[in-house]
Design a protein around this ligand. Structure first.
Ligand SMILES: NC(=O)c1ccc[n+]([C@@H]2O[C@H](COP(=O)([O-])OP(=O)(O)OC[C@H]3O[C@@H](n4cnc5c(N)ncnc54)[C@H](OP(=O)(O)O)[C@@H]3O)[C@@H](O)[C@H]2O)c1
Length: 261
């Protein structure tokens, strides 16, 4: 299936490891040029090296910095504008679910979770919209994809402030898809379930108590397995591609059937 993503310029925020790295790799496999991002220099250098070894170094770019900081966002904007003069697809992946125990949330914890999981994406969209040029002629729409979570869809026992922020992100995506859809920019979100990769939360749980962790998956996921970063990458490249040209305002749940709504 040709997704026609070659020669497209893609920014994936928070992509030096984990799901974001998997998304970046999936775009590179389709021939896109990808800007990866992260805060830790070692992480991003390691990611860049891995990707350059596998793909053409002229298609892999790195941008070090905390995307939650306005000045960093401005520098990133200038970097992309100078190098490419446009952005075809924006993937807002930065997020984190590590929060306090249930009912221990206070104002500052809620604000922290909203900053990381919602406002980072909002600020990114606001900044990059001028650089995303719609082309209504051939329906090869540029797009924005947000990485939310099944925690934002259903009550599954995740930290409440995290779940609330991810639910808000899905709502932001849906609401944005209307005005931006009219301009010829498609907007969607993906909601991953339990994703396993080296160094992930689930990897940590598996190392501490493999029996209990496997039991959680057996009991809650009909397909009785974890998802991979490739599963999320596949979904995101599809949503960005011409094959998804009529998909706008969707939230694609990728969880092996765990959610029931
Ligand atoms: N893992 C799961 O099972 C799962 C399930 C559902 C949804 N999600 C969502 O998927 C997304 C990715 O999760 P993940 O598990 O892959 O996370 P992760 O392993 O912690 O990776 C996060 C990536 O983002 C970078 N990053 C974090 N904060 C940043 C910031 N402020 N500015 C720039 N880069 C930043 C990290 O690098 P540095 O630390 O070097 O900055 C890293 O590259 C999140 O939105 C998460 O909520 C994850």
């Amino acid at each position: 299936m040709d997704l026609a993503l070659n020669n497209k310029i893609i920014l994936v925020t928070g992509s030096s490891k984990g799901i974001g790295f998997g998304i970046a790799k999936s775009f590179l496999e389709e021939g896109s040029t990808v800007i990866i991002n992260g805060r830790d220099e070692k992480n991003i250098n390691r990611a860049e090296k891995k990707l350059i070894n596998k793909f053409n170094s002229k298609r892999v770019y790195k941008f070090l910095g905390d995307i939650n900081t306005k000045s960093v966002l401005s520098n990133l904007y200038q970097f992309i504008e100078k190098k490419f003069q446009k952005l075809d697809h924006l993937v807002c992946n930065v997020g984190n679910g590590q929060s306090v125990s249930l009912l221990q949330e206070n104002d500052s914890e809620f604000k922290r979770m909203l900053d990381i999981n919602l406002m980072t994406a909002v600020n990114c969209v606001t900044k990059f919209i001028p650089m995303i040029q719609p082309s209504l002629k051939n329906e090869d729409f540029p797009s924005i994809t947000f990485v939310s979570s099944i925690c934002g869809v259903e009550a599954i026992g995740c930290p409440i402030a995290y779940a609330s922020a991810k639910a808000a992100l899905i709502s932001y995506s849906k609401n944005l898809s209307f005005p931006l859809g009219k301009k010829g920019i498609r907007v969607n979100s993906v909601s991953p379930g339990n994703i396993m990769f080296e160094g992930s939360t689930w990897d940590g749980k598996m190392k501490i108590d493999p029996i209990k962790t496997n039991q959680i998956i057996e009991n809650n996921v009909p397909l009785r397995c974890f998802g991979s970063i490739k599963d999320i990458g596949n979904a995101v490249i599809f949503l960005a591609s011409k094959r998804a040209k009529f998909i706008n305002g969707a939230n694609l749940i990728i969880d092996g059937g765990q959610t029931r709504t």
